[in-house]
Design a binder for this molecule. Structure first.
Ligand SMILES: O=c1[nH]c(=O)c2[nH]c(=O)[nH]c2[nH]1
Length: 313
């Protein structure tokens, strides 16, 4: 007899834009975000018996998102996501768990004629500030904040050697390589009992985001990295130190590679670190582009290393 063993449903990719007009100062602030709402609870018969009486329409979830955005602050995103998630579990007796994911996009104020412009912004990069809030009738509010899509590269100051070798290994030890990654860094807050507890933590959310971002960038830049693994572990340690309300920090870092192209160079490609492979141009009039003369590399999209960890207290 088949059984529905898990079910949730909701609205994804709800795009919301909110403007705040400061009439006195003559300036405006904008927030753009993409929201996903997913609900769980006593919804089984909608799947098994076509009984829709308990189905909160996904369109209702979208309309609710706009209404909550109108009536409440959308910043910090931790607060907005928690208010919205809490709304669903508080309003509907048969909804037991509501998950709200908010992805805030960057609109950075333009500087024009040396002054911050009152109402013009630019998208400076693919980085987003992400939050997931899960409101559970049984367990309270779980919140994870994150930085995603932050692209970074260092052209030296990274090595990778001393790794496991056997007959499947061709990678050479490397003392100096290019290191590039797209940062996905998350931090889980101690579970909040109620929405009030989230509200009283509001000043900490922006501060934690700033700290996590700064630690990530500074350690990435300053550290002589022996591996992605060790560098990300140090970042986790620093964030845990600076943000006592956080119980765990996680990173997911793809290793973006800089490869040589060209079938004739396959042997060379296999023998160097995958993240730092030179384009050998000696076939063209003896052009020197290897060793100390290396300047031109060939970035590759796949395959890539993927290094992940979670560090808890
Ligand atoms: O920092 C790294 N960690 C690895 O596990 C790894 N594996 C690899 O091929 N290059 C790298 N670099």
């Amino acid at each position: 007899m088949p059984q529905l063993s898990a079910a949730q449903y909701g609205k994804d990719n709800i795009r919301v834009y909110k403007v705040h007009r400061d009439e006195k100062a003559g300036t405006q602030d904008v927030v753009e975000m993409t929201v996903c709402v997913l609900l769980q609870g006593e919804i089984e018969t909608s799947y098994t018996e076509a009984d829709n009486h308990n189905v909160v329409a996904t369109d209702t979830m979208k309309q609710t998102t706009y209404i909550i955005a109108k009536q409440h602050p959308v910043n910090p995103p931790e607060l907005f996501a928690s208010i919205l998630a809490d709304h669903f579990t508080a309003t509907y007796p048969h909804i037991h768990i509501a998950s709200v994911k908010v992805k805030q996009h960057r609109w950075t104020r333009m500087t024009v004629d040396g002054q911050p412009h009152p109402h013009s912004f630019m998208r400076d990069g693919s980085e987003t500030r992400n939050v997931e809030a899960v409101s559970s009738k049984a367990d309270g509010l779980y919140v994870r904040s994150a930085i995603a899509g932050l692209l970074v590269l260092k052209s030296t100051g990274s090595a990778f050697h001393g790794f496991y070798r056997n007959e499947y290994t061709s990678l050479a030890e490397v003392q100096d390589r290019i290191l590039s990654t797209e940062v996905d860094c998350g931090w889980k807050w101690n579970t909040f009992k109620t929405l009030k507890d989230v509200e009283s933590t509001v000043p900490k959310f922006d501060e934690a985001w700033k700290n996590a971002r700064q630690i990530t960038l500074e350690l990435f830049a300053k550290e002589e990295s022996p591996s992605v693994q060790n560098t990300m572990y140090k970042m986790c340690e620093e964030i845990l130190k600076l943000v006592p309300e956080v119980k765990a920090v996680d990173y997911s870092l793809p290793n973006k590679h800089y490869f040589e192209i060209g079938e004739q160079h396959r042997t060379r490609l296999r023998s160097l670190d995958c993240a730092d492979i030179l384009v050998d141009l000696s076939w063209h009039k003896g052009l020197k582009n290897t060793g100390k003369d290396a300047e031109v590399y060939a970035p590759q999209s796949d395959p890539n290393g993927l290094i992940q960890c979670t560090v808890s207290r």
